[in-house]
Design a protein around this ligand. Structure first.
Ligand code: 2AM
Length: 484
């Protein structure tokens, strides 16, 4: 009989899986490694895992027999059908109380379904966000586990042990039930899309309006990285600006301007529409990628459609760079406020209790959006765990006030000189909408009632729905069935 020694099994020996295994090994855990293509197990043991305590398994049966009970099996395989396929194969091999963890980029509704199905069989299921790329997985990722709460005590030490740490605090905590971990990871990725788009707009403005060289822009990003905007994405942008190709030219300028996407940004935007939350900045960031990918079409359009005649900024460059920094900071605050609004609404609808301060801490280190800024968000929720919106927190209120004039100057200058700034602009439009007591939606209600008898409420009598016969020849019957 095989002797039992594995603390946890990991299925899926692609980059993330291999690095997580090595990270767990470094923290003293014995990991049993398995992969669908079994040859990769021996390759891994002979190369990357050489000299470690990692044990290879050549079948799922062997893998399960090597594990201590309750068994912990983590999958890092392609999202979708492969996850369901592995679950189906694992279920007959496991016992009540064993834990299956899906660390892939699964859609949160799939995770909700799997948690329910496996729960009914007495198995504990965890869907965990894993962020930080290859390096994060190897030396400290941000981990966002959610699912069966009974699973948490069994995985807490391993997960918090291998995660990134900020001032000693692990960037990993229990997120919530069912698909909460994958939902929060999805919003993380959406916010990442937004952060990247904001940085790209700053780059576009500096390059097109101010004619800054790559070296000058690298210096600007380096300066920004010493203040409020200090973050992984600003840091790598500085390094990208400096990076030279073999021929001595800047590589970034030779890259085709057509952005790819794998879908998590799109999922966030879809969730925003489904839950009716105005997460406009992430939406614009996704659409900006879509527009960029119409590269050939844009090249043709650029030869036929003219913009404004003046396309250069003639004022004080240094002052405008500071304006751009402030516009980016204010827009970023709006984007995170929107992301937290989405999590709050989804949590309400799905009946999840989410700890927003803990989420900010999970994102504070290890992941792609890691930044000093997330420390400020954590503090805001620590001060007031019921904070309804980040924009109402004193720290962020003051921060936006300090940026507001610059932000408006940047957006209006970009509009006048013809540089697209969809993320800066939508953030400002949201900000102005959110702080406006009376929006023109009274007219929308009137229009809806005029053509479709959809009824409206009066300002002084909310809750009572009224229909008016606007033309004198329409009926007096209101619509109760039509809702578009
Ligand atoms: P493979 O090495 O056998 O292709 C990332 O692609 C990980 O997901 C790899 O470990 C890969 O296994 C696994 N994977 C991809 N598609 C799969 C499928 N249809 N069934 C099982 N595992 C799959």
């Amino acid at each position: 009989m095989t002797s039992v020694k594995g603390d946890i099994a990991l299925i899926g020996l692609a980059v993330m899986g291999q690095n997580l295994i090595l990270n767990m090994n470094d923290h003293g855990y014995t990991v049993v490694a398995y992969n669908r293509t079994v040859a990769k197990v021996d390759q891994f043991l002979a190369n990357e895992a050489k000299g470690t305590k990692v044990i290879g398994a050549h079948s799922l049966e062997e893998m399960v027999k090597l594990l201590k009970k309750p068994r912990r099996v983590m999958m890092l395989v392609k999202a979708g059908k492969p996850v369901d396929d592995f679950i189906e194969l694992l279920v007959p091999l496991l016992e009540k109380g064993d834990v299956i963890i899906d660390g892939g980029n699964s859609e949160y509704r799939d995770t909700i379904r799997r948690a329910k199905d496996l729960g009914a069989k007495g198995l504990l299921f965890v869907g965990s966000g894993v962020s930080g790329g290859e390096d994060g997985a190897r030396y400290g990722p941000s981990l966002m586990p959610g699912g069966s709460p009974e699973a948490w005590p069994h995985i807490k030490d391993i997960f918090q042990g291998i995660s990134a740490k900020v001032e000693g605090d692990p960037c990993c905590d229990w997120v919530g039930p069912e698909g909460a971990g994958h939902f929060v990871k999805m919003v993380h990725n959406g916010i990442e899309y937004g952060d990247m788009q904001l940085i790209c707009e700053a780059y576009h403005l500096m390059k097109s309006l101010l004619d800054l060289s790559n070296a000058e822009m690298a210096n600007v990003f380096d300066e920004w990285n010493k203040g409020e905007l200090e973050s992984f994405l600003i840091e790598i942008t500085r390094d990208i600006m400096n990076f030279k190709d073999k021929d001595g030219s800047h590589l970034v300028e030779k890259i085709r301007d057509a952005a790819g996407q794998k879908g998590t940004g799109k999922w966030t935007a879809i969730a925003a529409l489904e839950y009716g939350v105005p997460v406009t900045l992430i939406g614009e960031a996704v659409f900006a990628r879509c527009l960029s990918s119409l590269q050939s079409e844009r090249v043709i359009a650029s030869q036929h459609i003219a913009g404004p005649t003046t396309t250069k900024y003639t004022g004080d460059k240094k002052a405008f760079i500071e304006d751009i920094r402030k516009a980016l900071y204010a827009s970023k605050i709006v984007s995170y406020a929107q992301g937290f609004m989405l999590m709050r609404e989804a949590a309400k609808e799905l009946g999840w209790a989410l700890n927003f301060g803990a989420i900010a801490l999970m994102w504070r280190g290890g992941c792609i959006i890691r930044s000093v800024f997330l420390g400020n968000i954590k503090q805001a929720f620590e001060k007031n765990s019921n904070l309804s919106n980040l924009l109402l927190d004193d720290f962020f209120k003051t921060a936006i006030q300090n940026c507001q004039e610059s932000w408006r100057r940047v957006v209006s200058t970009a509009v006048n000189l013809g540089v697209p700034t969809p993320a800066f602009s939508t953030a400002l439009a949201f900000f102005d909408g959110y702080r406006t007591a009376k929006l023109p939606a009274n007219l929308i209600q009137a229009q809806r009632d005029y053509f479709g008898a959809h009824t409206y409420e009066m300002v002084n009598n909310p809750g009572t729905h009224i229909h008016t016969n606007w033309t004198g020849h329409g009926g007096n019957v209101s619509s109760t069935t039509y809702s578009a």
